[in-house]
Design a protein around this ligand. Structure first.
Ligand SMILES: Cc1cc2nc3c(=O)[nH]c(=O)nc-3n(C[C@H](O)[C@H](O)[C@H](O)COP(=O)(O)OP(=O)(O)OC[C@H]3O[C@@H](n4cnc5c(N)ncnc54)[C@H](O)[C@@H]3O)c2cc1C
Length: 300
């Protein structure tokens, strides 16, 4: 079997932030068996979905990564739906809408893949991916293939046991609720409308919410109150309409993003004594300066 590999892979245009240097080798498995074979061959290889929640270092990444873009099969039988990890959320949302199945309307408005959404337990508009999942087929780097029923997935706010136990999502199975397609579509349109009003579109490259919401108060509100929306470094700045978004207005660099995040975090800590925790992930191993900043941002 031949792997589809890109060497010195320019990842920037695959990210929603439009930031990132070269990756030594990027693999694009085109079926789940090949994906598992790669995971077995390269035990610590990072797996990336649609890169809508990941900041990639502008210095690049020394090593190999797997991108799941080609793992995009969906099967629908009655109200049971199985989606491979590379399926894009908006696509899945549209397909189940056509089939008259409700439960994934929230996925329409943001660009994650099923793998990233399970890993992060994505949610929006009062719905959460874990609400209608029944099981997830994972690859455990310790024990190999394993299927977890929903109640063993450790779903919590923006996390799952995939994060804690280093599990790779191969496929997820959902049980959805039959409903009229027009009603589902109406809800999806409302969700899109809400986003257009309250969040930057991808025409202004961004990575979604930068920090998780602390239990007491939304991160955006805390950041707004400490004047974060005035801050900019190089070509990256806090979005004027919502202070928990950073937008790349041109040739933004990862170092600028990390410095901006440190300043945002510092201000909230000083005024409220609250440690904001990054929601986004970081991929990079070449810049000591960036690694130090990331460590500062993630230390508890
Ligand atoms: C404009 C915008 C709006 C957004 N709005 C929301 C929102 O409302 N709600 C929300 O929850 N999120 C939102 N996001 C964030 C993002 O889309 C989600 O976090 C999504 O779940 C990330 O999926 P991804 O495939 O892009 O993940 P990536 O960025 O590719 O990866 C994120 C993490 O998941 C891991 N991962 C990816 N695939 C797999 C896999 N197959 N197995 C195991 N781990 C994997 C990666 O290693 C990484 O640690 C938004 C983002 C943008 C840009």
């Amino acid at each position: 079997m031949t792997d589809y590999i890109e060497k010195d892979f320019e990842i920037k245009n695959y990210t929603t932030f439009k930031i990132g240097g070269k990756i030594d080798e990027a693999y694009f498995p085109d079926n789940v068996d090949e994906f598992v074979r790669l995971l077995q061959k390269y035990p610590n290889i990072p797996v990336l979905g649609n890169l809508s929640n990941t900041l990639v270092s502008s210095a690049g990444y020394e090593g190999k990564v797997i991108l799941t873009h080609k793992l995009n099969n969906i099967t629908i039988e009655d109200n049971k739906v199985t989606a491979e990890c590379g399926v894009k959320g908006p696509k899945l949302s549209q397909e189940v809408c056509k089939a008259g199945l409700s439960g994934l309307e929230f996925m329409i408005g943001f660009p994650g893949s099923v793998g990233g959404e399970v890993y992060m337990n994505a949610s929006a508009h009062g719905q959460c991916i874990s609400d209608c999942i029944t099981s997830v087929l994972c690859y455990s780097r310790k024990i190999g293939l394993v299927t977890f029923e929903k109640d063993r997935m450790g779903f919590d706010y923006r996390t799952s046991r995939c994060e804690k136990d280093d599990l790779i999502v191969l496929k997820a199975e959902f049980e959805l609720t039959p409903k009229n397609s027009d009603e589902i579509k109406k809800q999806m349109d409302e969700n899109l409308d809400f986003r257009r009003k309250h969040q930057p579109t991808l025409a202004l490259p961004n990575c979604g919410s930068i920090f998780k919401n602390p239990p007491c108060n939304p991160a955006g509100r805390l950041l707004e109150s400490v004047g974060a929306k005035e801050i900019m470094i190089g070509d990256v700045r806090v979005w004027r309409n919502h202070s928990n978004f950073i937008v790349n207005t041109g040739s933004g660099k990862s170092l600028d993003v990390l410095e901006l995040m440190c300043e945002m975090k510092k201000r909230v800590k000083e005024v409220y004594n609250i440690e904001l925790e990054p929601e986004i992930k970081y991929l990079g191993n070449k810049s000591k300066e960036e690694l130090k900043l990331w460590q500062k941002l993630t230390q508890k």
